[in-house]
Design a protein around this ligand. Structure first.
Ligand code: NA7
Length: 540
């Protein structure tokens, strides 16, 4: 592995070797371009490399949460479960890296520290924590939406005498909780997936909940042979259906029917049917659930009743019922036995609204009411989402302007793909694109293909740089907000609006106009000679 002061140049530097970076490398190489990928982990896989906590699995059906670009890859890979586990997803991404011979252009255990645009050469100079300096005509940030952990800031956090882990930085060899008293802080998707499994092992689990979340059953299990057969026979069609669905997920494809127009009996039947299917299906029950608060409230009531019927202790059940935000406005959690965990003798719930955490002390977690003694702490407290990873790199564009300063009031992009003042810098699933509100596999493929086509367009015409215009960017940002405001999404204090990170500007980051609408817009922009961008040759 190359270390020390080198100065290599490539067509593209790609940051990150997860779902995005792997496909980006594959596409650019297929175009005859040279690329270098830097990856901080000791292996490829991104999200699925880092998130090894018990129960970590995808919340979209495995068949759909995978690359579609290679029919051969699709045909040879068999998913074992309806919702693949983290180890299986990591095996898949490693298989992709091997199958397409990607590893020779990926440098692991290397973190990119700076990226600077040189206006004279129209190239990016990138430096790493290993002391390397390389240049690339293009720089692609494939850094992930949920890759920078929200670190615990509680007073005394370092004083705890036992082990503690963030779910997003789980040890490779796993953790044995046998006989231990475990405190889990947070009740997002990571906590909801891991609590039932930790409870299977530990002597006692105390769950510290600041805000209850909506969770629906996964009904996970081995892939139904009929589903596998259907996919094998109709794969192209199924993939096309996912790409035409608003969220890039077939089961949440928009319904014509509206909850507000249905009778209570019809609604109950529709919700029951979708609860029985499991996963995000519930949100697809009616077309007005994410746009109309009254309609949304009918689904809230349905799930609240489910929680009350599953959790035997009424006081605990009531604490678990979300009351402060519409269903779906924070990412719906998909669980296996979460609510039922609270019927176990060894699981208890602490409501942080009643007794906030005051400090972490050597023996445990101290709230306003008491000190809960634990042997281990699991911080399931989420991520600095969507902009966190970009904020960790010192990115400087035209005139030496930093991305950090440009985004001080919230991230501005054109189509989530590029930022005015930062020529030739591409972001995969950046803020302002459907990203986390879409099946990430679908969103990533579309972005990678758009970016590689754009790079092909530029190199085919000997053009040196592409840059979003400020006017196009401003218009897009306004549109992203305008669309968000037609939905219930902005009503939640979610990581979609940066509410989980103290001091982060509150801006609704993903684009909720629907994947097909967004894709068509991106395609039209490209077809019109990259409308909203300026393209220029080197000789200026
Ligand atoms: P999330 O969804 O951001 O959940 C984090 C949880 O941690 C959530 O319940 C937070 O409560 C809680 N939290 C965060 N900070 C604190 C502090 N300081 N004190 C107490 N509780 C806190 O992250 P996940 O990892 O579960 O899931 C991320 C995504 O991964 C998920 O949406 C899927 O897409 C997969 P809050 O709600 O902010 O009150």
């Amino acid at each position: 592995m190359a270390t020390g002061a080198t100065m290599e140049s490539y067509d593209a530097v790609i940051v990150g070797a997860g779902f995005s970076g792997l496909y980006m490398l594959h596409r650019l190489r297929a175009q005859g371009l040279t690329a270098r990928v830097y990856e901080a982990g000791t292996g490829v896989g991104g999200t699925w490399y880092w998130n090894r906590y018990p129960g970590a699995r995808v919340d979209i059906e495995s068949q759909e949460y995978s690359y579609s670009f290679s029919p051969e890859l699709d045909a040879e890979w068999q998913w074992s479960e309806r919702y693949a586990t983290q180890p299986e997803l990591l095996r898949y991404l490693n298989h992709v890296a091997d199958r397409f011979d990607l590893r020779r252009d990926i440098q692991l255990e290397t973190r990119v520290e700076t990226a600077r645009f040189d206006e004279a050469s129209n190239r990016w100079t990138v430096t790493t924590d290993r002391g390397e300096t390389i240049t690339g005509r293009y720089c692609v940030m494939a850094t992930g939406c949920l890759s920078v952990t929200n670190e615990p800031q509680f007073p005394g956090v370092d004083s705890f005498k036992g082990p503690s882990w963030h779910t997003g930085r789980w040890p490779r060899d796993g953790v044995d909780f046998t006989g231990q008293r475990v405190g889990v802080i947070g009740t997002g998707s990571s906590a909801i997936q891991s609590i039932p499994l930790i409870a299977d092992q530990a002597a006692q689990v105390t769950v510290f909940q600041r805000t209850p979340n909506f969770s629906v059953p996964a009904h996970n299990g081995p892939v139904d042979p009929a589903v596998a057969k259907d996919w094998a026979e109709n794969r192209a069609q199924r993939r096309a259906e996912a790409r035409e669905a608003g969220f890039g997920i077939r089961m949440v494809d928009g319904q014509e029917a509206f909850a507000k127009e249905a009778t209570p009996e019809e609604r109950r039947a529709a919700y029951e049917a979708r609860w029985a299917i499991g996963g995000f299906a519930l949100l697809g029950a009616y077309g007005d659930l994410i746009t109309d608060l009254e309609a949304n409230a009918t689904a809230v009531e349905f799930v609240a009743d489910k929680i009350r019927s599953i959790v035997k202790d009424p006081a605990t059940a009531e604490k678990l019922v979300p009351k402060t935000f519409p269903i779906g406005s924070k990412r719906l959690c998909v669980d296996t036995g979460y609510y039922d965990s609270f019927n176990r003798d060894n699981v208890s719930l602490v409501d942080l609204r009643e007794e906030p955490i005051e400090a972490i002390v050597p023996t445990g977690i101290q709230t306003a009411h008491e000190t809960y003694e634990v042997d281990a702490i699991v911080y399931a407290i989420g991520y600095d989402a969507m902009t966190g990873a970009l904020g960790k790199i010192d990115i400087r564009g035209r005139g030496g302007a930093t991305l950090k300063d440009r985004w001080a009031g919230g991230p501005g992009t054109y189509l989530g793909l590029m930022v005015a003042g930062f020529p030739n810098l591409f972001i995969v699933t950046g803020p302002g694109s459907p990203s986390v509100l879409c099946n990430m596999a679908v969103a990533i493929e579309q972005h990678v293909e758009w970016i590689s086509d754009c790079i092909g367009y530029l190199s085919g015409r000997q053009l040196g740089a592409i840059e979003a215009t400020q006017a196009a960017q401003d218009e897009w940002v306004a549109h992203v907000n305008e669309v968000a405001d037609t939905t219930v999404y902005p009503l939640a204090n979610s990581w979609y609006i940066g509410a989980n990170i103290p001091g982060k500007p509150r801006v609704f980051m993903p684009y909720i106009g629907g994947f097909p609408v967004y894709r068509d817009k991106c395609n039209a922009v490209a077809a019109n000679g990259y409308e909203g961008f300026t393209v220029s040759s080197d000789a200026r």
